[in-house]
Design a protein around this ligand. Structure first.
Ligand code: ATP
Ligand code: MG
Length: 574
C-alpha cells in the first residue's frame, strides 16, 4: 500500500470520551471513528487488524474441525420466546417490530438461531458431532458502551456452537475449543490466561473466560501463586475453613443494645467497639419474587452470582427500602435474623462465629451475643461471599493474587438448556429420541485488537505484536525528491510485496519527522528507513518498533533480510 493514496487519518487530539489508552490510540492512529455511542466505523488500518485477527481465528477454528456458516443479524422473537429468553434477556436486547407488526430483535448472540437450524437439519447421531461457527456482527444495547470498540453496542464476534450425542463427546468438543483458543491468543501475541467463570445469562453449567492481562481490564481475576487455579473474581470459590464449630457452653446471654442512628457496619462497630468480623450483616434480597435474608460476616462481601446459583434463582436483587421495612419491621440498617419471618440463608463463614452482633429488627436496636442454633437457624449455608485478600486458594490452600483482565473469549458448556427448550432432538444409536448436548464459544474480534493495544504501547503509540499489526513492514523514504532514495524504497517495496509481506510505503512528500511519528503511532513492527546518507554506503536502516536500537542491512538483498526479520518476529511468539 502507498501511504499517499491510502486513507490513514491520524490525529493529535484525543477524544474526550477515550478513557483508556487503546481507545485513544485507535482513534489517533486512524483505525476507528465513532458514528454514535458504541457504534464505530472501522477505517482501513483498523479493518486490516480486525481481518488479521479474524484470519487467525478462522484458521484455528477450521483446524479444530469447526465449520463456518453465516447467520442473519435480525432474529424473529418466536425463537427467543421458545428458549424463554425473550422475557428475561433485558434491555441489552434491541427489539423492534417489522412492517407486519412482528416482533424481532438484533442478534446479541445466536443460540436460538443455530438451535433452530440444527433441529431442522440434524436428526441422527450419525450427523454429529458438529461444530458450526461464524464471524458476524452482533448488537447489544450495552448500558455503558465505552472504551471504543472494547465495549461497543455493535461489534464483531466469532461465535461457535457444538452439538454432541453424549456428555463425553460434549467434553471433547469443549476441550477442542479450549485448545483452539489457547492457540489463537498465543498466535495473536497476547499475554493471557484462561480463568474459571460464571455462566451468566447464557446459562449452562461450566465455563472458562480467556482474559488478556491488563490493569485497565474491567474484569477482576484471582489466581493461585502456588498452583494453576485461576478464576474470575465473581466465580472464585472460597475454601471453607476447618475452624471448630462454636461450643454452646461458651454462649453468652443474648443482650439488646441501643444503637441510635447507627446503621452502617462502620457506625455500629465503632459505637459498640467491636471488630467488623464480630458482626453479621443481614442483607435483604428479592430472589425471583420473594424476599430472602442473607447473612454475611461484617468484613466480607456478598457475591450476587453465588447467591443466585445457591438458590437456583433467575434474578436476585437488593430489596428496596420499603420491602426491607416490610420484611423486618424496622427501617434500613437494623435488620437481623432473630425472629425474622422470611427465609434466612448464610455464608459458610458465619457457621463458626459465636456471640456475634446482628440488627434487632427494631429502629435503633442491635442484638449482642447472638448464636446459631440457640437464637435462629438459617435454612442453608453456602459459599456466598467474594474471595478476598488473605483467603487461601480453594484448590491447594496456597496464597492467592488479584489482578485485572480483559475478557476476549469465552467457552461454555451449555448442556441441554436450548436443545430441550427448543426440541433439538435426534435419534441415538439405540433408536431413542434425546436432546443434543451443546456448547458455545465466543471471541470478541474487535476487543482482541483493542486488548492487544492495551497490552502493547509506549509513549509514542502502538507497539503491535506482528500477527495483529495492520502492516508487517513500513518503508520510509526520507527524501522524496532524491531519485536513488525513491527508487531503492520502491524496489524493496515491490520485492516485499512479491514475498507476500504486508508493507506500507510512506511515499508522502512529508518531513522525515512526520513519517517517523506516524510510523510509531501506527505501531508497525518493522520500519525500514531509506535515506541518501545510508545509500552512499549501500545500506538501509531496519528498526523494530519494540526495540530501541536500529541496525543496517545492505541494499543488495535487503528484502530477503527484512523477510527474515519478519519471520523471526512470528517465530518469537511460538
Ligand atoms: P462482558 O462480560 O464483557 O459483557 P459477555 O460475557 O457479555 O462479556 P459473551 O456473551 O461471552 O460476553 O460474548 C463473547 C465475547 O464477545 C466476549 O468474550 C467478548 O470478547 C466479546 N464481547 C462481548 N460484549 C462485547 C461488547 N459489548 N463489545 C465488544 N466485544 C464484546
Ligand atoms: Mg456482556
Amino acid at each position: 500500500m502507498r501511504y499517499s493514496s491510502y486513507f490513514i487519518p491520524t490525529q493529535k487530539e484525543v477524544p474526550a470520551d477515550a478513557e483508556i489508552i487503546s481507545h485513544q490510540l485507535m482513534v489517533r492512529a486512524g483505525m476507528i471513528r465513532k458514528l454514535t455511542s458504541g457504534i464505530y466505523t472501522y477505517l482501513p488500518v483498523g479493518l486490516r487488524s480486525i481481518r488479521k485477527v479474524e484470519n487467525i481465528v478462522r484458521e484455528e477454528m477450521n483446524r479444530a474441525g469447526a465449520i463456518e456458516v453465516l447467520m442473519p443479524a435480525v432474529q424473529p422473537a418466536e425463537l427467543w420466546q421458545e428458549s424463554g429468553r425473550w422475557e428475561y434477556y433485558g434491555r441489552e436486547l434491541l427489539r423492534f417490530k417489522d412492517r407486519h407488526d412482528r416482533d424481532a430483535c438484533m442478534g446479541p448472540t445466536h443460540e436460538e438461531v443455530i438451535t433452530d437450524l440444527v433441529r431442522k437439519e440434524i436428526h441422527s447421531y450419525k450427523q454429529m458431532p458438529i461444530n458450526l461457527y461464524q464471524i458476524q456482527t452482533k448488537f447489544r444495547d450495552e448500558i455503558r458502551p465505552r472504551f471504543g470498540i472494547m465495549r461497543g453496542r455493535e461489534f464483531i464476534m466469532k461465535d461457535a456452537y457444538s452439538f454432541d450425542v453424549d456428555e463425553a463427546g460434549a467434553n471433547r468438543s469443549y476441550e477442542a475449543m479450549y485448545e483452539a483458543y489457547d492457540r489463537i491468543f498465543q498466535r495473536c501475541g497476547l499475554k493471557f490466561r484462561a480463568v474459571e467463570a460464571d455462566s451468566g445469562t447464557i446459562g449452562g453449567s461450566y465455563s472458562h473466560e480467556f482474559m488478556v492481562l491488563a490493569e485497565s481490564g474491567e474484569d477482576r481475576i484471582v489466581n493461585c501463586t502456588a498452583c494453576d487455579y485461576a478464576a474470575n473474581l465473581e466465580r472464585a470459590e472460597v475454601k471453607e475453613e476447618d475452624a471448630s464449630l462454636p461450643d454452646a457452653n461458651d454462649f453468652e446471654p443474648l443482650a439488646r443494645e441501643d444503637t441510635p442512628d447507627r446503621r452502617t457496619i462502620e457506625e455500629v462497630t465503632a459505637f459498640l467497639n467491636i471488630g467488623s468480623e464480630q458482626l453479621v450483616k443481614t442483607l435483604v434480597y428479592m430472589v425471583d419474587e420473594g424476599p430472602v435474608a442473607v447473612l454475611i460476616r461484617g468484613d466480607h462481601e456478598l457475591n450476587d452470582a453465588k447467591l443466585k446459583n445457591a438458590l437456583d434463582a433467575q434474578t436476585v436483587e437488593m430489596a428496596s427500602e420499603r420491602l426491607v421495612e416490610e420484611a423486618t419491621g424496622a427501617p434500613l440498617g437494623f435488620a437481623g435474623p432473630v425472629g425474622l419471618k422470611i427465609k434466612v440463608v448464610a455464608d459458610n463463614a458465619v457457621k463458626s462465629m459465636e456471640n456475634f452482633v446482628v440488627g434487632g429488627n427494631e429502629k435503633d436496636l442491635h442484638l449482642r451475643n447472638v448464636n446459631l442454633g440457640r437464637d435462629f437457624k438459617p435454612s442453608l449455608f453456602d459459599d456466598l461471599r467474594t474471595i478476598a485478600p488473605g483467603d487461601a486458594c480453594p484448590r491447594c490452600g496456597g496464597p492467592i493474587a488479584f489482578g485485572r483482565g480483559i475478557e476476549v473469549g469465552h467457552v461454555f458448556k451449555l448442556g441441554v438448556k436450548y436443545s430441550e427448550a427448543m426440541k433439538a432432538v435426534f435419534l441415538n444409536e439405540q433408536g431413542k429420541e434425546i436432546p443434543t448436548i451443546m456448547g458455545c464459544y465466543g471471541i470478541g474480534i474487535g476487543r482482541t485488537v483493542a486488548a492487544a493495544i492495551e497490552q502493547n504501547h509506549d509513549k509514542d503509540g502502538i507497539v503491535f505484536p506482528i500477527p495483529v499489526a495492520p502492516f508487517e513492514v513500513t518503508i520510509l523514504p526520507l527524501q522524496m525528491h532524491n531519485e536513488p532514495v525513491v527508487e531503492a524504497a520502491s524496489g524493496i517495496y515491490g520485492d516485499l510485496m512479491d514475498m507476500g509481506i504486508d508493507v506500507l510505503l510512506d511515499d508522502r512528500d512529508e518531513r522525515a519527522g512526520i513519517k517517523f511519528k506516524d510510523a510509531d503511532l501506527l505501531g508497525i513492527p518493522v520500519r525500514i528507513t531509506v535515506g541518501s546518507r545510508g545509500l552512499k554506503n549501500g545500506e538501509v536502516e531496519v528498526k523494530l518498533r519494540s526495540e530501541p536500537d536500529s541496525f543496517t542491512v545492505p541494499l543488495e538483498g535487503a528484502a530477503a533480510a527484512i523477510s527474515d526479520t519478519v519471520k523471526g518476529l512470528y517465530d518469537s511468539l511460538k
